[in-house]
Write a new protein. Sequence first.
Length: 329
Amino acid sequence: MIQIGIVGCGVIGNRLAAAIADHDRFELAAACDLDADRAASLAADHGTDRTATTTDHEALVETDGLDAVYVGVPPLAHRDVVADALAADRHVICEKPIAADAEAGRELVALEESTDRVTAVNLPFRYTPGFVRLREMIEAGEVGDPRRVELRFRFPQWPREWQDVSWLESREQGGPLREVGTHFLFGVQELFGPIETVSADVGYSGPERYEDDVVGTFRAGGVRGTIDLLCDHEGEEENSVTVVGDEASLSLTEWYRLVRDRGREGEATLVDERGDTVRALLTEFADAVDGDGGDLVSFAEATRVQEVLDAIHASEGDSVRPGADAGGR
């Protein structure tokens, strides 16, 4: 039984805790949040009478018998919590994005490479049935020659109504690109390899506030892509990735639904299953801890996504190479 502690007892932390409680290879050993009542509530709902609570993550990572730590705090705090967990010889699952910027991400990659502890980032497209099928179909040539990959995001309200946290409004560590775009840019790199260049025009909702209007292009593995993001508007929320080939198109919508030739005669839903991606992550993580492999998203993979996000924000309409020195132009 893997004894795991959770740092950050918000919506996502509680989601992880519920999955841990239902998983036969994990037990919730400790919960940490700056708000003591939230830590106590999560422990009461998903832990046992042995689950410890604290407001200090340094105390949590030193908990006797602890094997692993899930880091579910805002991105600016990821670097310190992950570093302290690894220093305490704990395995680590880190919430996405890897950090608030790629520089901190690269520091975490260096820490990952210096330890034998198991590490992972929670980027669930690796396990989402519709996305897995999308990747398999593209690899099998079922769209023909991929000509375009299109990312489209619509947020009538940001942060969304259920996200009652002010840091999501900040340019420093919040915004829809980090919170949602991370998943889809990771997906692009799963499908076509590293994103080599980006060019984007980014508008912001105010000084030091989140991006609310992005129009951009990128190139990955010889395929051109587009990003179209808009916040604070009339209409429905939308998050989608569409791969257009010379024989067919495939769209992943609503995070999980895979549709062939969406909006055309003959449109067909190929996958309509959400899957339990949190359970899949925990199972793969447990396999890795037990020395039985484990298909996990590495810190390096997640940092390559963060480099793309940094490049989008730095572009100002110019072509930028993600991860390049001196701005990458």
